[in-house]
Write a protein of this length. Sequence first.
Length: 272
Amino acid sequence: MDTKNMAIGVFDSGLGGLSAVKELMNVLPCESIVYFGDTGRVPYGSRSRETIAKYAQQDVNFLLENNVKLIIAACGTVSSVATDLYTTVPVPYTGVVNPTAQAAAEATKNGRIGVIGTSATISSHSYKKKLQEINPEFEVFEQDCPLFVPLVENGFTDPEDIIVKSVVERYTAELKKKGVDTVILGCTHYPLLKDAIGKAMGEGVTLIDSGRATALYTAELLKEKGLECESKVEGKYRFFVSDTPHNFEKIAGMFLGRDVRSQVTQIDIEQY
Ligand code: DGL
């Protein structure tokens, strides 16, 4: 098959990368997507650098075997920690940190930016470093939110749910005091909690969704590399997971607003 018409590969530790998939479906509707969610090994964000790097390499190997033309690490943790991939992946590759930091830099008015992410992402200071590279005057306040990924993976996203509300309020309390006008959702799972986070932060605070920023950047990258697909019809979507598909199918169906049941396959990622 002509490279241009091959699919885009997207991976994450679980459901979070679907926030990038959803935006890719909007921004690049004719592109096909192969998604891998490592649901058998989620979460990544509380693991060591070595383990995250090993898992990410296996995820990339799986996608490459499925003939993808470009790979997106739709995972803040992998993008922040497994940085070797930026130079070793043999097809165009992007994480979420740079496009998302760029979008936040463009959105802020007062230069005070909050970053929320997994523990691994926050301790790498990846977003903070990128933001201060863009503008050294930015003041950046970071907060890790280790309970957010398990909440999302278990379908707890309703902003009125008492558990969701209290966890979100706990994690956002310090950031609220800092007077930030922009908050980076530095983990791709967090857009699924956007309503709850937005409510807790209050009006006037812009939430930057890494899925959206990365989808827009991917469109530019495809253009730059001459890899835009030639098809004019909707792309084909295939989803792979490393644990039983049931939960993934349910939450993915709700989040993407389409029935994906016949498109989800379980694989053994340890073979890659
Ligand atoms: N969606 C991943 C991220 O963006 C979640 C990581 C995890 O599994 O903890 O960081």
